[in-house]
Write a new protein. Sequence first.
Length: 430
Amino acid sequence: MNRREALQLLAALVAGGSATLALAGPRVLAVRAWPGKTSTRITIESDSELRFFVSSLAYPDRTVVDISDVQADAAFQKALETLKNDTGVLVRARIGQYRPDTARLVLELKSRAETAAFALPPVGQYRHRLVIDLTPTDADDPIAAFLTKLAERETTLERAAAELAIPPPEPVKPVAPPPVAAVVPKPPTIATRPPLVTHVKPFVVVLDPGHGGEDPGAVGPAGTYEKDVVLAIARQTKALLEQDNRVIVFMTRDEDVFIPLGDRVKKARSVNADVFVSIHADAFTRPDAQGSSVFALSERGASSAAAKWIADKENQSDLIGGVRLMGRDPVLAKMILEMSQSITNAESIKLGRGMIGELKPVNKMHKHAVEQAGFAVLRSPDVPSILIETAFISNPEEERKLSSATHQLKLARAIRSGVRKFLATQQVRA
Ligand SMILES: [Zn+2]
């Protein structure tokens, strides 16, 4: 018996003996579907972490989720019955016992879909979750759509700039004393025209409303969810910022959906963000904690981010501050990255300071200086990034304010001003 056969035998023995072992395995508590604009999310909640393997089948289109150490029993069946059929791309779901130790969940789909799966640890009212995102392959890609919109805006701005452009001044002729009687004609009154538009590339602002979907964020004493108020504030901020056609806003989420932190950063990078603003509402055990706070990335967060960035093969083809790191000497790559990160951090702090100035008249400040922390969403090495805790949702008074549309608008106006003033200090992107 060779090693391969021995392993197969062992696997068979384990599989055969697992009917009794399975009793100790995870239990599926609930299965839910969250239809989104571009993808449908299926969440499987369980009392302990699930081990799973996801695959796809065609004709008809199905996504298959094999879950180890789980029984396709009555409890799982019951959980599945709460799942709404005909949700988003999902037609219906069914389970079966694929192997003695493996339950198979089959998701029947309306069309072919890209499948991405990840595990979420318990948070708030939720236990362990296995999240499966089904993105129909013919779905609109929001990032591609945004980049198209960006290119169109650029063309519009370029045209506008060309129309306003002042013709280059006549070269200065060698100074010769003019004939005494000569009348120097006045130049045409171009000078009274509106100032030249110098920035033809629109600024890309990424707004990142925290949490979403199964992650409600902080919950106020009256039951207000952080995920809802921050989305409302972000939407208002987007509308205000886009009143200026030189600014174009991308939202990391514009619906009630959970997005992993790393994906938020990736989205910001793939739309070439000039600024990243994450919007949250704080919570504290003491109900009297109050005020807004603004965070930038800490030194320690920055250096660990740099190390991770280098380690992650996916990032190596990325441009960091316009420099491609792939194929470079690792020591040099690390230097470039750290330099970029430290320049970016200084910019983030400048953005944060300005933001505090704008928020102060609207809300009490919790701290008057930019705080620094290792937040994962602030880890882009070349996008100035801040995180705003708009207020303490755990404070009854601030919870009330956060839920009011008027106060949300005030916060949105303050965020708009903070971003605009920062952008005004940025160099023209050629
Ligand atoms: Zn939050």
